[in-house]
Design a protein. Structure first.
Length: 403
C-alpha cells in the first residue's frame, strides 16, 4: 500500500471555499463513471426478451463466485432472502438456537424468527463486531449455527470463530451484506464460513440499481438446496419437493452487477483512501473515537463510523445534538443503529433487558457514520471534520460539553 500523504490539520483553514451539502452517500458519481457500459448492457437485456434467469444471470453468478473464491454463487432477490434461504437449506428451525450480534440491521435476526429458530445475542467488541471471545460461553445443546456480521465492511476474526464452530460442530453463516470485497487473512469474506450471504442493495459496496442478493458456498448440496428453495421448492417445472419462495435476481440487475463487479476493487481502494484521510484528520479531536484498525483483515468501509464519547455524558443526546448541528452546516450523517436488536420490541419475548449487553447499548448511543463514498474529496472531508470541530468547540451553543 502506498504511504498516505499528510493533509491539512484541522483548525487550519485550507484557504479553499467550503463545499456545501455533503450527502452520506452519492451514487450519481459512480453511475457517471459506468453510464455508457450500463446503458448498453441494459438495452441488450431488454432486446433479448429474457428478463428472468438466462445467461446474463448465470454469467454474473459465475463471476461473483470467482471473485469471492467459492465454487458456487446463487443469486436471489435480496440479502434478507440470502439469509433466509440459507437457514432453510441448513434445516435450521424450531428448537434451534443461532448465535449472532445484537448490533446490526434487523434482517440478520428477523430471518431466524421467520425460520422458527431462536436468536441468541452475544455482545460486541470495540470494532462493533461480534465479540468472538464471548461466543463459546453462549453455546448450548440447542445451538446449531453462528451468524457473524462483518459490520460496516470490517471483517470478524474468522480464524478464531471457525475454530470455535468446528470444535462444537456448528454452521457458520457469514452475513457479508456490508462487506463485499473484505478479506480475513487474505481470504475473501463469504468464502470462509460454510455459507456467505450478500446484499446488493444500492448503498452497498457492490450495489444494484434495485434489490438483489447472493449466497456463496463450496458445498454443492447446500447450493442445490438453495437453488431449489428459491424457485418455489422446485427442481423440475411444476414438480415441487418443498414449500419454497420466489426469490430471483432479474437479468437487468445481473447485467448491471457484472459491470460494477469489474470496478469493485478500485472503488474499495477509493474508500480505503477516504478512510485513511479521516483517520488523520480526526486525530486532534479528543471527543471523537475513530474506528480501530483490523489486524489480519482488510476493511472495505461500507460506512466510516466514529464514536462520539464525551466525558460524563452517557446517553445518545450528545451524539444526536452533534448530528443536528452538522446537518445545519450541510453535512449529512447517519446513525446505524440507534436501538440494538436485543432491546427491540419484536424480541421482547426473549427476555433481554437494558444492561444485558452493555457494549452494544453503548455503541448505539455513540455511533455516527460520516459521509463515505469513493469519490468523496479531500475538501469535502475537511468540511466534515472542520464541522465536527466547530460543533465540539461551540460550548455555549451546545451546552452539554465538558468545560
Amino acid at each position: 500500500m502506498t504511504k498516505e500523504p499528510k493533509f491539512d490539520c484541522i483548525g487550519k483553514n485550507s484557504g479553499k471555499s467550503p463545499v456545501n451539502n455533503i450527502p452520506p452517500l452519492d451514487l450519481t458519481q459512480q453511475y457517471q463513471q459506468i453510464q455508457t457500459e450500463v446503458e448498453q448492457s441494459v438495452l441488450e437485456v431488454l432486446s433479448s426478451g429474457r428478463y428472468i434467469g438466462g445467461a446474463t444471470v448465470a454469467n454474473f453468478e459465475q463471476q461473483f463466485a470467482d471473485y469471492i473464491g467459492t465454487t458456487h454463487s446463487i443469486s436471489c432477490n435480496s440479502g434478507t432472502d440470502a439469509l433466509y434461504l440459507t437457514l432453510r437449506a441448513l434445516n435450521i428451525g424450531p428448537g434451534d438456537e443461532v448465535i449472532t450480534t445484537p448490533f446490526t440491521f434487523i434482517a440478520t435476526a428477523e430471518v431466524l424468527s421467520l425460520a422458527g429458530a431462536t436468536p441468541v445475542f452475544v455482545d460486541i467488541d470495540e470494532s462493533f463486531n461480534l465479540d468472538v471471545n464471548q461466543v463459546e460461553a453462549a453455546i448450548t445443546p440447542k445451538t446449531k449455527a453462528i451468524i457473524p456480521v462483518h459490520l460496516f465492511g470490517r471483517p470478524v476474526p474468522m480464524t478464531q470463530l471457525m475454530a470455535i464452530a468446528t470444535a462444537h460442530n456448528l454452521y457458520v453463516i457469514e452475513d457479508c451484506a456490508q462487506a463485499t470485497g473484505a478479506t480475513w487473512n487474505n481470504q475473501r469474506i463469504g468464502s470462509i464460513g460454510h455459507v456467505g450471504c450478500f446484499s446488493f442493495f444500492p448503498t452497498k459496496n457492490l450495489g444494484a440499481c434495485g434489490d438483489g442478493g447472493a449466497v456463496t458456498t463450496n458445498d454443492p448440496a447446500i447450493a442445490a438446496q438453495i437453488r431449489m428453495l428459491k424457485e418455489h421448492g422446485s427442481k423440475v417445472r411444476y414438480v415441487h419437493d418443498e414449500v419454497g419462495v420466489n426469490s430471483r435476481l432479474d437479468a437487468l440487475q445481473a447485467a448491471i452487477l457484472s459491470i460494477k463487479l469489474r470496478h469493485l476493487d478500485a472503488w474499495n481502494q477509493g474508500r480505503a483512501l477516504v478512510a485513511a484521510r479521516y483517520h488523520q484528520l480526526l486525530q486532534p479531536l479528543n471527543d471523537i473515537i475513530a474506528p480501530p484498525e483490523t489486524p489480519g483483515g482488510q476493511t472495505v468501509w461500507n460506512q466510516y463510523t466514529i464514536r462520539v464519547r464525551i466525558e460524563g455524558q452517557t446517553d445518545a443526546s450528545v451524539r444526536d445534538h452533534l448530528r443536528g448541528q452538522l446537518q445545519e452546516r450541510g453535512i449529512s450523517s447517519m446513525v446505524y443503529y440507534p436501538l440494538p436488536l436485543h432491546l427491540q420490541p419484536v424480541f421482547a419475548s426473549l427476555g433481554y433487558q437494558p444492561g444485558h449487553l452493555p457494549a452494544a447499548e453503548r455503541a448505539a448511543d455513540e455511533v455516527l457514520s460520516l459521509p463515505m463514498f469513493p469519490e468523496l474529496t479531500l475538501d469535502q472531508q475537511q468540511q466534515v471534520v472542520y464541522g465536527l470541530k466547530d460543533c465540539l468547540l461551540a460550548k455555549a451553543a451546545v451546552g452539554f460539553l465538558r468545560s
